[in-house]
Ligand binder design. Structure first.
Ligand SMILES: Nc1ncnc2c1ncn2[C@@H]1O[C@H](COP(=O)(O)OP(=O)(O)OP(=O)(O)O)[C@@H](O)[C@H]1O
Length: 677
């Protein structure tokens, strides 16, 4: 057994500390937990090294070559007492919350008396505030030099390094020092996918680390920070980002969103998390229900309003205002709270939804400005906030290629299918209505594209499941409403297709921003039919009126895919008709049963004499045949992959049939834009 193991030395740099055992199931047999938070891991076979020796299986030791792995091992050895805690935590992931509130890392003593002033630091906390600690002997992170001076603690940098975030993004570099060192309020606008989440997330985590909030204090004073998000998916994503950045700390984050059982959320809140990420509606609901932890929400040190321009729109603003009023009423005299207001479209002129009528548009713009002013005044921002505006003149990131397809309304399915068949990839399609999504799901299922719907009428669980499935496969199709337009960070979305022109310029920006994130390339295609031209022109204002380049379409491929789409559309219509007849029949029969009467065939509309019954039968047979035919058609290649014949032409030259190659849509678009290059 000895040969299977290798020795590591943990050199304790502070004393082992007793850890509070959580009052949750699964910990009944534990007598005591102790943790060592300050230590150094050294050597492999050096038996002379003083300190605790921990044995790791050889198999694992071999993997430690890379620094990244080494850091993980350090975690394994030093926090093994927490394993049970972490296990419990993972079982609760489904509930979108976190593990129990064992404060295994006691960061600071409980606050007392005057200390209840927000933002007050203990002398010990300086360690976490000093970005120069990068070169400390505790953790050597050579690759993270560009984070130096921004105020991020080594324990967070360690996690960022593991994520591969070796450099801060511009919005992070600008926001962090003032937010962390000077506790300034930050109002930031930066393009989609530019890392805004950590722009506010790191100062929030840093503040909790530096204040040193332990379990007892959390129980007494409630959460430290509140982050408000407009959609459930976004709240969960922010929760995930924060958890990843805080993975080497014991900071607890809980999500409070609609669509999840309120009971479960009360249960998670009972564990007294440090950070709450919430959508305003559910948060207000739970506050009104008198949730114990939320009753202390007014004690928060930090408040984040993400996607702020969306938050002031109808559907959020009312509840948001109520939350803010409650916070400011109850927290009078508690000292300064730090605020973060972030969005990609915060500084856009068109902050209001733009509806067709001019008068209404003006009114909306005024409303939006008033609401934004109201938001800022309700937040009680006293000192001058730091304003960061990194939105470019072009608004969109330069790795995004924006194109258009002009077509008739009835041709939109065809062009969408063309993009999907010709280029494959992970494609996110936005529609303006749920009905449109439902119809497309039916047609594109027949076309073998396995579409995944996402809209607000769906159960939350199904919404999340579809997002997971979409992210899992490199060729996948998500048909979504604007519920997916903001903030969703799914890696590797190749194409965004606007099946319908969005109602607002902001929605265009956010929808398109789901691709070309974090310096990657991406493509946006907008399908424009004649009655959408006005809305399309509105979007072009972003480009100073300059039109998007037309998306290149190969007429030969288009001809082939048209056959597929026509057939799928006719099957869909037939299917729909048959389903309607079936539903009508079932409804009549059910009603008759309930009334205890016998139904005539003619009442069902299926009288033998008028041939409707046989028509129904014929339709069913036809449906089956058409489906078989379409399946066979879809299996055929779009264009022949080999050339086997000779076709003399008038000029005597041979015309070679084209070979179908599935290329890159971005490259094809750029080639077309710059033919000489
Ligand atoms: N410093 C960094 N280095 C590399 N990647 C980063 C860094 N910070 C964040 N990212 C990654 O960049 C991607 C986009 O980040 P994030 O979702 O925060 O963007 P955003 O600006 O909030 O976008 P949106 O406006 O669309 O919500 C994420 O996948 C995130 O993990």
């Amino acid at each position: 057994m000895a040969s299977m193991c290798k020795r590591f030395h943990v050199k304790a740099k502070s004393a082992w500390k007793k850890v509070e055992i959580p009052l949750t199931d699964g910990f009944d047999d534990l007598i005591e937990l102790q943790e060592l938070s300050d230590y150094e891991l050294s050597g492999d076979n050096d038996d002379r090294q003083p300190g605790l020796q921990v044995q790791l299986p050889e198999q694992k030791v071999k993997k430690k070559k890379k620094k990244k792995k080494k850091v993980q091992k350090a975690e394994e050895t030093a926090t093994y007492v927490n394993d049970a805690v972490q296990e419990e935590e993972s079982t609760d992931q489904e509930e979108a919350g976190d593990g129990p509130q064992t404060q295994t890392k006691s960061l600071k003593n409980k606050k007392t008396g005057d200390e209840s002033q927000r933002q007050k630091k203990s002398p010990k906390s300086k360690k976490h505030l000093n970005g120069d600690k990068l070169s400390s002997q505790e953790i050597q992170l050579d690759t993270m030099q560009s984070w130096k001076g921004l105020g991020v603690s080594p324990v967070l940098l360690q996690a960022l390094e593991e994520e591969g975030f070796n450099d801060p993004t511009p919005v992070q570099a600008l926001a962090l020092p003032d937010a962390i060192f000077h506790k300034m309020d930050i109002i930031a606008a930066a393009e989609t996918g530019s890392g805004k989440t950590l722009g506010f997330g790191l100062p929030v985590l840093e503040n909790i680390l530096s204040c040193g909030v332990d379990a007892e204090r959390l129980r007494e004073e409630g959460p430290c920070a509140l982050i408000l998000e407009p959609t459930r998916e976004l709240a969960m994503q922010v929760h995930k980002h924060l958890k990843a950045a805080a993975r080497h700390t014991n900071i607890q984050v809980v999500t409070v969103v609609g669509g999840m059982a309120a009971q479960k959320q009360h249960r998670l809140l009972k564990r007294c998390p440090h950070i709450i990420v919430a959508t305003p509606g559910r948060l207000w609901e739970l506050i009104q229900e008198g949730d114990g932890h939320l009753n202390k929400l007014h004690n928060i040190n930090q408040l984040v309003v993400d996607e702020a321009d969306r938050m002031i729109e109808k559907g959020h603003f009312e509840e948001l205002s109520k939350v803010f009023s409650m916070l400011s009423e109850k927290s009078a005299g508690l000292g300064k709270r730090q605020h973060f207001i972030f969005s990609a479209t915060l500084t856009m002129d068109h902050a209001a939804p733009q509806r067709p009528m001019k008068k209404k548009r003006k009114k909306n713009a005024k409303d939006a400005k008033q609401k934004m002013d109201a938001l800022v005044s309700q937040l009680d921002i006293q000192d001058k906030p730091k304003i960061i505006d990194l939105t470019r003149k072009e608004v969109m990131v330069d790795t995004l290629t924006e194109t258009r397809i002009d077509c008739q309304r009835t041709e939109k399915d065809l062009y969408l299918y063309y993009v999907l068949r010709k280029y494959g990839g992970r494609t996110l399609v936005f529609c303006n209505s749920k009905d449109c999504i439902r119809r497309l799901v039916s047609v594109f299922s027949l076309l073998g594209c396995s579409p995944l719907p996402l809209h607000s009428d769906m159960h939350q669980r199904q919404r999340l499941k579809n997002l997971d499935k979409f992210a899992e496969k490199s060729t996948s199709l998500l048909l979504a409403s604007d519920v997916a337009a903001r903030g969703l960070d799914i890696k590797g979305i190749d194409h965004v297709v606007h099946y319908q022109v969005p109602f607002t310029v902001e929605n265009y920006v956010h929808r398109s921003g789901r691709t070309a994130r974090a310096s990657r390339e991406g493509l946006s295609v907008i399908l424009v039919c004649p009655d959408e031209i006005k809305m399309y022109r509105n979007i072009l204002k972003l480009k100073q009126g300059q039109d998007f380049a037309p998306f290149p379409v190969d007429p030969e491929v288009l001809k082939v895919v048209k056959g597929h789409v026509d057939m799928a559309t006719s099957i869909d219509l037939l299917q729909h008709r048959l389903k309607k007849t079936e539903v009508h029949k079932n409804w009549m029969q059910k009603a008759a049963e309930e009334m205890d009467i016998e139904l005539d065939e003619d009442l069902l509309g299926l009288e033998e004499d008028n041939g409707e019954q046989s028509q129904l039968h014929q339709d069913k047979v036809r449906l089956k045949q058409d489906k078989q035919q379409l399946t066979a058609l879809l299996k055929q290649p779009l264009l022949p992959s080999t050339f086997s014949g000779r076709y003399p032409t008038q000029t005597g030259q041979l015309v070679m049939p084209k070979k179908f190659i599935q290329g890159s849509a971005v490259r094809d678009c750029l080639k077309r834009k710059r033919p000489g290059k």
